[in-house]
Design a protein around this ligand. Structure first.
Ligand code: PGA
Length: 250
């Protein structure tokens, strides 16, 4: 368990438009008064300037969904950590399963991305998680430990500055949520691995992600090692997201 308040992060993925973002963010900001959890939205890179304009001075932080492994140079299409910092980005998701799956990101690539973010003063939200086949083969623990180990190895004592998100691949966008017990048991494994790496493991928030919604958030968040959520689909609907923030603020 961390001593921090819960952290709830919306992952918009490749959704939104200037008009839709403006109304979603204004609904979220105006509904937020009572919240005591930490809140962020990770928006498509093009909309970071808009998020900064609309959210500066509010309770909602903003973040990116990816960051380049490179510092600068001939890498067409990439966005560097320093560019993200120009827009006062607090978080960058790294190693989301969709990046691992569709863009061939390896554990080492993800570890380097975490390093770039940390060096720019941005908190990487490091995603780990097993596929259905891996879970059925009894490899869940080995897979998430391997994924996190690469990030620990590359980042040394800075590891206490990261956020981890456990996102079972079979639960993402499928409506199949991990049970609170399944989530807790993996989170406990990750917590122990962080404890072995740093005396400050209690500073690290371990989020659950994968079909978290307004109906199941409270029971997941009640688990001792579930420190918050990384929320895709349900973060695009202001009433749902707000009710999850409320569940995280109890
Ligand atoms: P989901 O996505 O909530 O739509 O399942 C979560 C994620 O991929 O971060």
């Amino acid at each position: 368990m961390t001593m921090n308040s819960k952290l709830m992060v919306g992952n918009w993925k490749m959704n939104g438009s200037l008009a839709a973002n403006a109304s979603l963010l204004s609904e979220i900001s105006s509904g937020l008064r009572e919240t005591s959890c930490r809140v962020a939205v990770c928006v498509p890179a093009l909309y970071l300037a808009q998020a900064q304009n609309l959210l500066a001075g509010s309770l909602v932080a903003w973040g990116a969904q990816d960051v380049s492994t490179h510092e600068s140079g001939a890498y067409t299409g990439e966005v560097s950590a320093n560019m993200l910092r120009d827009f006062a980005v607090r978080y960058a998701i790294v190693g989301h399963s969709e990046r691992r799956q569709y863009h061939g990101e390896t554990d080492d690539v993800v570890a380097t991305k975490a390093q770039r973010a940390l060096a720019a003063g941005i908190t990487p939200i490091v995603c780990v998680g097993e596929s259905l086949a891996e879970r059925e083969a009894g490899q869940t623990e080995a897979v998430v430990k391997r994924q996190l180990a690469a990030v620990i190895h590359a980042n040394g004592h800075c590891i206490s500055e990261i956020v981890v998100a456990y996102e079972p691949v079979w639960a993402i966008g499928t409506g199949l949520t991990a049970s609170p017990e399944q989530a807790q048991s993996v989170h406990a494994v990750l917590r122990a691995q962080l404890q072995a790496a740093t005396a400050q493991a209690d500073r690290v928030s371990i989020l659950y992600g994968g079909s978290m919604n307004a109906a199941n958030a409270a029971s997941l968040l009640a688990q001792p090692d579930v420190d918050g959520g990384l929320i895709g689909g349900a973060s695009l609907k202001a009433p749902d997201f707000l009710s999850m923030l409320k569940a995280a603020s109890r």
